[in-house]
Ligand binder design. Structure first.
Ligand code: Q46
Ligand code: ZN
Length: 273
């Protein structure tokens, strides 16, 4: 993690760091290592209202914070915003992971700004990044490729976002947690079925078996040699954003995607759809 942090200039020593923790192995490892490296790092748990899975994952996030003396900020989406991911995504006509990802991105950024944090850390590991990259390359999604980098710098309305686990595989983050005695939720999110990234992960695991080192070569070849060709797109895109009329978050439209999702999801919840 330290190599990744240094290589990509992810963090400054005096940063106030907010780690998005899900109760899973990756984010809890990220929080644990950052604390042990001496960073001022708090945790943020976003409850998505995914039945028992959310209740369980909160238990693990709280357990870690209590046992190790970390400060955990909790946001409960159903209580605070009137929708949950399963029914809200249905009402808004989105697949669950799209509604969920959009909600998390918005709430991580908002919580960091509200709390005066400099940077949000997420627990994306090498396997996640390889799967996302394969998806983006398969579809040649240039604007997503532009944003796929372990550091997204701060800009008007956005705090910096970093992924310090980018060098580590899932097996390594699991091994770290076992060795350090960190309890984490092992169950997968029940909404993940049909998530395209799981398919990409299977393909990449197959490739890694046949040709060890492929995932790292794929991701780091892209980051070190190819990403720069797409990078200018992010700045162009960010330069065109203005504040959302409802929440103030940066958006290309008058009302941001999160506020539109929240309205449609809450309306669906009221009408029972
Ligand atoms: S929590 Fe959310 Fe994941 Fe569950 S609904 Fe999909 S995106 S799979 S990381
Ligand atoms: Zn908004």
């Amino acid at each position: 993690m330290r190599r990744a942090i240094d290589h990509f200039s992810m963090l400054r020593r005096d940063d106030r760091v907010l780690v998005a923790v899900s109760g899973g192995k990756d984010s809890l490892m990220a929080w644990d290592v950052l604390r042990s490296l001496g960073y001022d790092a708090d945790g943020l748990y976003v409850g998505l209202g995914i039945g028992d899975y959310s209740a369980e994952s909160l238990r693990y996030a709280r357990g870690f914070a209590q046992e190790r003396g970390g400060h955990l900020i909790e946001i409960d989406v159903p209580a605070a915003y009137g929708y949950d991911i399963p029914s809200g995504s249905r009402a808004a006509g989105r697949v669950p992971c799209s509604a969920c990802g959009l909600s998390k991105r918005h709430l991580f950024n908002q919580a960091a700004r509200d709390g005066g944090y400099d940077v949000v850390v997420t627990g994306h590991n090498l396997d996640d990044e390889a799967a996302v990259l394969l998806g983006n390359v398969t579809r040649w999604n240039e604007s997503y490729l532009a944003r796929q980098y372990p550091v997204l710098p701060a800009s008007e309305g956005f705090v910096r976002k970093v992924k310090p686990l980018v060098r580590l595989s899932e097996r390594e983050t699991a091994a770290y947690c076992v060795i350090q005695g960190i309890d984490y939720i092992v169950d997968e999110c029940p909404m993940a079925d049909g998530n395209r990234h799981l398919g990409y992960k299977e393909v990449l695991n197959d490739l890694e078996d046949r040709s060890p080192g492929s995932k790292a070569a794929f991701v780091f070849g892209f980051l070190d040699r190819v990403h720069a060709r797409f990078a200018a797109d992010v700045e162009d895109e960010r330069a065109t954003l203005a504040a959302c009329e409802q929440c103030g978050a940066p958006t290309p439209l008058e009302v941001c995607a999160f506020c539109r999702l929240r309205e449609r999801a809450a309306a669906g919840a009221r009408s029972g759809t």
